[in-house]
Ligand binder design. Structure first.
Ligand code: G4P
Length: 527
């Protein structure tokens, strides 16, 4: 197969959702269809169980398991599908945001009873920013759900994206009858069977007026379906794939993941419409997947939680060309040539050494602490991929060395944990003290524990009252200098030496934004 063919058949995506909407369940069903697993329950979910929030070791253990399922590849209908897993726990949202930089499209799962939830909104913001094509799967129709048209309106309004249903449910809850596939014009009747791998109960009905419709779902629901479909066709424009690929239009499916219902329709449509690897922006130019030379970037680093094996796995997304085992590549940041004797690929049930990989694929590289998120590998060109976000942290503490003999170990530990993207380090301009900022409170415990166990260093936290950190930039040098002077006590620098304003309160931030019009305040920076 040529490079072109390999690219064309690849679909690299992530399933994202508010916790509990059914992301893990849907992922598992997709894997069942792909034959990547054979029994339900085989995927060790990286879902962090409810109630585990106080036990961060349990969370880390579960995250450890998730290394194996971080990327799950399988073949379906001639396509090589790569599903990238994302942590469900809110405190690890940054991890999810970064994973979104490595996918070419996403499937968003929404609970039909709850509608759009907080985390769905945030994740969609990232997709919108990156113009990632999204498909929406409205789940749990076997439970009493909101009305389908209300759900469609809610998705459109809350997620700021046009929608186009490609399937439509027939009732929900105890009277859920099935889903009418508007794309293929056939009817799938609801049967509850968790082990189903191929949906046997699809009935072809090309004419909704045909009397046989009522034989299957009853007169009342047949009438309702006819009305609903008429309304759909009247209200929504025909599905426009180009608009979907531009990230402007989301096709919507309805179903019940746990009952494996509506999942086949979703997958069939997905392989047909979802994009193959897309061009990737760098600081100097756009890299096309078809380019002959290999390029790729590290979007995630996962530490090994086993204290006997401190090494880490860096996840490399291939952006162009063919990646080969034992071939020399340039690690752009260090300028060093490196080759990898045991790059791994991740299939659902096992990790295996691979000889080659193609654009869209994710390769696991063994790392002894040399790599950072955002690192680029090429065949010699000096490139830096852009757009890997680092979000403004919302929780802050001073970090202090609790053991003066272990100063070096602490510095090294902090450095490496920051490279992994666990948290962000700021240095106060006022007193030179180190401040750690995280997205969730849990990370402080994780950092302390890992410093102790992996780096033999100990730290102490001290409170600091900061509302938000934002990066500031301006073309007006005078105003910037004035701002930095006046806000001296609230200024810091990040690990790259960029200016960061640590606002005490929302009020202080708003005031600063109003008074210093030439300064750009940003809440996300790039690695
Ligand atoms: P998440 O990864 O998005 O957090 O969600 P997950 O798939 O773990 O699903 C959350 C809960 O919702 C699970 O129940 C799961 O069985 C259930 N669920 C998923 N899809 C459907 C569906 O289509 N219909 C119904 N009725 N339930 C669904 P749980 O009790 O929290 O866990 P478990 O003990 O069943 O694993």
């Amino acid at each position: 197969m040529t490079l072109h063919d390999e690219i064309a058949r690849r679909r690299t995506f992530a399933v994202i959702a508010h916790p509990d909407a059914g992301k893990t369940t849907l992922t598992e069903k997709l894997l069942l269809f792909g034959g990547a697993i054979h029994v339900a329950g085989a995927v060790k979910s990286n879902k962090i169980k409810k109630g585990a929030t106080s036990d961060f070791m349990e969370i880390e253990r579960q995250r450890g398991i998730s290394v194996a399922t971080a990327v799950m590849g399988f073949e379906y209908a001639g396509c090589k599908i790569n599903i990238l897993d994302t942590p469900g726990h809110e405190d690890f949202a940054e991890d999810t945001y970064r994973t979104l930089t490595a996918v070419d499209s996403v499937i968003i799962v929404i609970d039909g009873a709850k509608g759009v939830e907080a985390q769905t909104r945030k994740l969609m913001d990232v997709c919108r920013m990156r113009k990632t094509p999204v498909i929406v799967f409205i789940n749990k129709l076997d439970r009493p759900s909101k009305e389908p048209f209300d759900l469609l309106d809610e998705v459109e309004k809350e997620l700021h994206i046009r929608v186009r249903p490609l399937a439509f449910p027939i009732s929900n809850g105890p009277t859920f009858k099935g889903v009418y596939n508007l794309y293929e014009k056939n009817l799938s009747l609801f049967t509850s069977d968790e082990k189903l791998t191929a949906d046997a109960s699809t009935i072809e009905i090309h004419d909704l007026q045909a009397p046989e419709l009522a034989q299957h779902i009853g007169e009342k629901f047949a009438d309702q379906l006819r009305q609903d479909v008429e309304l759909v066709e009247g209200v929504y424009d025909a599905f426009d794939r180009e608009a979907y690929l531009r990230g402007e239009l989301a096709p919507v499916f309805f179903g019940s993941a746990v009952n494996n219902f509506g999942v086949r329709e979703l997958l069939e449509c997905f392989v047909r419409i979802a994009p193959s690897p897309r061009p990737a922006p760098t600081e100097s130019r756009t890299v096309e997947p078809q380019e002959g030379k290999m390029t790729g970037f590290v979007f995630k680093i996962h530490a090994n939680m086993d204290p006997n094996h401190r090494d880490r796995i860096a996840f490399l997304k291939i952006c162009s060309g063919m990646f080969e085992r034992n071939k020399n590549y340039l690690h752009v940041r260090s300028g060093k040539q490196m080759k990898f004797s045991s790059p791994t690929a991740f299939m659902a049930e096992k990790k295996s050494v691979i000889d080659e990989a193609w654009p869209g694929d994710i390769v696991g590289l063994h790392d002894t602490g040399n790599f950072k998120i955002g690192d680029t590998f090429t065949e010699g060109e000096t490139l830096k991929f852009t757009g890997i976000p680092s979000f403004a942290p919302e929780q802050f503490r001073y970090i202090e060395n609790a053991d003066p003999m272990k100063f070096k170990q602490l510095a090294k530990g902090i450095d490496q944990l920051m490279d992994e993207g666990v948290a962000q380090l700021f240095t106060s301009s006022l007193n030179g003290r180190k401040i750690i900022g995280t997205v969730g409170a849990l990370q402080f415990e994780v950092i302390q524990y890992r410093l102790e166990h992996e780096y033999n260093a100990s730290c102490r936290w001290e409170p600091i009252s900061i509302y938000k950190a934002c990066w500031i930039e301006s073309d007006n040098a005078e105003q910037l200098a004035d701002f930095k002077k006046r806000k001296h006590t609230n200024m810091a620098v990040d690990k790259h030496g960029r200016d960061v304003f640590l606002a005490d309160t929302n009020y202080a931030l708003t005031l600063a934004q109003e008074n210093f019009k030439d300064i750009r305040f940003s809440f996300a920076s790039e690695f």
